[in-house]
Design a protein around this ligand. Structure first.
Ligand code: BMA
Length: 326
């Protein structure tokens, strides 16, 4: 089937490499991975699970940089080409009149999305346990923190890039206070980005690479066929968790309805930099850039909780693959 359309902006300058001639992969890695090293500034232990967006004709991002004290923190970065990044060595200081809202414990696994007139950031925010932090910025200098979206325990909060039926929508993965040996993807709705309800189950674990837990990755991509959701899946091996990723297609008007989902992973930890690091065997996608006219997708993913990688695909390639039962 051809004719899949990405609904959105053109982004002709986004990072891109054609699929290698000898490859038949649906998603292929950037040849120069990893793009961001462990330690892009003194005091960083690892830089991974991070989010990039188009900003002022160039790129901005929010990066998970665990410190050499092994604190989990998020930092702003900027890039001319989406590949070479300058990351601010100071973690983001959020502002809000109420100090309870900005109370600091830890912050990790950010996502960033443009909605209407500003960028929203969601992340796993420590508030007596992990929950979903929410903030907005217009300039990547000043970050206004809002109320946490949910009670603890929750992770992988991912906003849709527009209101649907008049409501903001967020995917999340309720969890526990530890390394969570379970987890399904849910969807919650809000009229104002503060009060979340009308919770819907989206999808659960199955078998193989997605048998232990699953969680949404990048901001869902709007296409003519549905919302393309890239998500990670975890299996439990004799040696611990293994993080791979796949994709699902969600109904455009009722995005808790799953039309198709991956049986086979699209990317699993096969490369050395995905298998060796602070947490071995992790490929963890948190962001995707798209160029609507060509349908190109560039996915940013954390590798072994240590460095950041980039891989490529097209909406057509992924959706054809899903519809063929893969
Ligand atoms: C999860 C989070 C992710 C991490 C993953 C694998 O619980 O901490 O940031 O990539 O574990 O260690």
């Amino acid at each position: 089937m051809s004719g899949v359309k990405v609904i959105g902006e053109a982004l002709a300058n986004m990072p891109w490499q054609e699929r290698p001639e000898d490859s038949n992969e649906v998603v292929w890695r950037y040849s120069e991975n990893p793009i961001i090293p462990r330690n892009p500034f003194p005091g960083a232990n690892s830089t991974f699970n991070s989010a990039a967006v188009a900003f002022n004709g160039k790129f901005a991002g929010v990066f998970r940089c665990d410190s050499t004290a092994r604190e989990m923190q998020i930092h702003v970065g900027f890039s001319d080409d989406g590949i070479n990044w300058q990351i601010n060595p100071e973690r983001i200081e959020f502002i809000n009149e109420d100090p309870e809202v900005t109370r600091w414990e830890y912050a990790y696994d950010p996502r960033v999305v443009w909605i209407e007139d500003r960028y929203y950031i969601t992340w796993c925010n420590g508030y007596h346990g992990p929950t979903i932090g929410v903030a907005w910025t217009k300039d990547f200098q000043t970050f206004h923190q809002l109320e946490n979206a949910f009670l603890i325990f929750n992770r992988n909060g991912v906003l849709f890039p527009r209101r649907i039926n008049g409501k903001y929508m967020m995917l999340s993965r309720p969890s526990d206070n530890g390394h969570t040996p379970f987890g399904d993807i849910f969807l919650s709705q809000s009229p104002d980005m503060e009060h979340w309800g009308c919770h819907r189950h989206v999808m659960g674990t199955t078998d193989g690479w997605q048998s232990t837990k699953i969680g949404a990755g990048p901001i869902p991509i709007e296409t003519s066929e549905g919302w393309l959701m890239i998500y990670h899946g975890v299996l439990t091996s004799c040696n611990g968790f293994v993080y791979s990723f796949g994709a699902a297609l969600l109904d455009l008007d009722a995005p808790w309805k799953v039309l198709y989902r991956s049986k086979n992973f699209l990317i699993a930890p096969w490369q050395q930099y995905e298998c060796v690091g602070d947490v071995p065997n992790v490929t963890f996608p948190c962001a995707a850039l798209t160029d609507a006219p060509t349908g190109r997708i560039a996915i940013y993913y954390g590798c072994a909780d240590t460095v950041t990688g980039l891989c490529f695909t097209t909406a057509q390639a992924v959706i054809d693959h899903l519809k063929a039962g893969n």
